[in-house]
Ligand binder design. Structure first.
Ligand code: BES
Ligand code: MN
Ligand code: ZN
Length: 493
């Protein structure tokens, strides 16, 4: 989508579709101006109660008297002229995006200053609207011969007073970078396991570095990982024809010598469960088991686009979890790079096995903090459903920073507790720890496992098992938690 910021009165715009917010009691400024120009067209109309004023509703008018606009789209903003709540605004932007998708016009214009949200700046409102539009216009059709009729709209003009133009432009830039980054993550997530394997991800990371001078990509192959003693990570790829990769994208755009932030994504390009084979139903969705990795790619894209002055390492632990004669057996014991030994009681708890060696490897960056992002546990879906990402951390200030970034980005997260009572569930009779902690508190024991390898730095873990993709008719990757993570990085500058 092309976006432009333009100053000028809404009612004077020559546009195929003018979009205005309206309240029942009083019209906001742009609507008032249009109303007087059209001799009370809007007030007449609104009196007739054709529009439900609850946010999320809208009314498309196909022509308007006396104004140079072909269509008018009225967005409901509530009965009285109070600012919208965040939830109301969210409904409004989702409705707006879907109206724009079905609009039969190449361009439209929105009077963005008339949309007020409780405690939120015009910058924030612009950014969130732009993100919603980028999200809605995303298509994944590369494997379809018949791609259907796509959206017609190509350009959206954001109308704002000259004095606010800079603020709107800044919000627009962030919205586009986050929206694009999120869509990058969605495409990687949606790609099937036969195409998007560990080497494919490594090649994507190398290609990204080729395009951008500030990014360097380093990739470790299995031989190099074996030399480093990463037997835990390699135990996951042992049954696969696809070699594992540890990918490090180094973005150096901050102060020289400033400690980097490390983002580490779980990149299981397909998770069959291994010898602890998963049941067949919906197993195709385990191609999404690399959505943590995909979100790291999305964030790297966004921070490159925004040219953020920070140092960030985007790491991806990529492997395919397959059963075969060479696959790891339940009961096998491996020695991780840290020297700690692990009894693998269930080969389907493989995410933690690849992440633990990557967490040890991350120590060499002397990071300010490490955040891993992983579709780690089905238990997280049980606990938080599909709306909220699970957050666990060994460092309270870091957890707070992430929670507030999540709130600001409207990309929800909720913190779960940790502690040694839970860690004890991982005790093994034969090794330093087992890789599963029994049926109770599965998300927490998975995080406790990871925490044993993250003692050298502040660390947080995002369990995105419930939020990374949608099932059913709308099946597809969501690109979460790219907005939360980019917000966290924005808050660092
Ligand atoms: N990738 C799965 C987690 C998952 C399952 C995410 C379903 C989203 C939907 C992970 O590798 C896994 O299999 N975890 C096991 C852990 C168990 C064996 C302790 C799980 O959650 O069942
Ligand atoms: Mn698994
Ligand atoms: Zn998995």
């Amino acid at each position: 989508m092309e976006f432009v910021v333009k100053s000028g009165a809404a009612e004077k715009q020559k546009t195929a579709c003018l979009i205005l917010g309206v309240h029942k009691k009083t019209l906001p400024p742009s609507a008032t101006a249009l109303d007087s120009l059209t001799e009370g067209y809007l007030t007449d109309l609104l009196k007739r109660d054709d529009l439900d004023f609850k946010p999320g509703h809208s009314l498309m008018l196909l022509h308007s008297r006396h104004a140079p606009v072909e269509r008018l789209l009225l967005l409901a903003m509530g009965e009285n002229d109070k600012p919208l709540t965040e939830a109301g605004f969210n409904k409004l932007r989702v409705n707006l995006a879907s109206q724009l998708k079905s609009l039969n016009a190449r361009e439209a214009s929105i009077a963005i200053e008339d949309i007020n949200v409780e405690g939120k700046s015009l910058h924030w409102i612009t950014r969130q609207l732009v993100e919603a539009v980028e999200y809605a216009f995303y298509q994944f059709s590369q494997f379809k011969n018949d791609t259907g009729k796509g959206a017609v709209l190509k350009k959206l003009t954001l109308l704002a007073d000259r004095k606010n133009a800079e603020e709107v432009k800044a919000g627009l830039a962030q919205g586009q970078a986050i929206g694009n980054g999120r869509n990058v993550a969605r495409t990687l997530g949606n790609l099937p396991g036969n195409i998007c394997h560990p080497t494919y991800l490594a090649d994507e990371a190398k290609a990204l570095a080729k395009q951008h001078a500030k990014l360097t990509t380093k990739v470790l192959n299995e031989k190099q990982m074996s030399d480093l003693g990463m037997s835990s990570l390699l135990s996951v790829s042992a049954g696969s024809e696809q070699e594992a990769r540890l990918i490090c994208m180094e973005f150096k755009n901050g102060k020289r010598g400033a400690k980097p932030l490390v983002l580490l994504g779980k990149g299981i390009t397909f998770d069959t469960g291994g010898i602890s084979l998963k049941p067949g139903a919906a197993m195709d969705e385990m191609k999404f088991d690399m959505c943590g990795a995909a979100s790291v790619f999305g964030v790297m894209n966004a921070i490159i686009e925004l040219d953020l002055p920070i140092n960030v390492i985007g790491m991806v632990a990529a492997a395919e979890n397959m059963p075969s004669g060479k696959a790891t057996r339940p009961g096998d014991i491996v020695t991780s790079m840290s020297g700690k030994t692990i009894e693998i009681l269930n080969t389907d708890a493989e995410g933690r096995l690849v992440l633990c060696d990557a967490l040890t490897y991350a120590e060499r960056y002397k990071p300010e903090a490490v955040i891993d992002i992983a579709t780690l546990t089905g238990a997280c879906v049980v606990a938080l459903g599909h709306h909220t990402t699970g957050l666990l951390s060994n460092n309270e200030p870091l957890a707070e920073e992430l929670l507030s970034a999540a709130k600001e980005a409207m990309d929800r997260a909720w913190q779960l507790p940790m502690g040694e009572e839970y860690t004890r569930q991982l005790d093994s009779n034969f090794a330093d720890m087992a890789n599963i902690g029994g049926p109770a508190a599965g998300t927490i024991t998975a995080a406790c496992f990871l925490a044993k390898f993250a003692e050298a730095y502040p660390w947080a873990h995002l369990d995105i098992a419930g939020t990374a993709w949608q099932s059913g008719k709308e099946k597809g990757a969501t690109g979460r938690p790219v907005p939360m993570l980019v917000q966290y990085l924005l808050n660092k500058i």
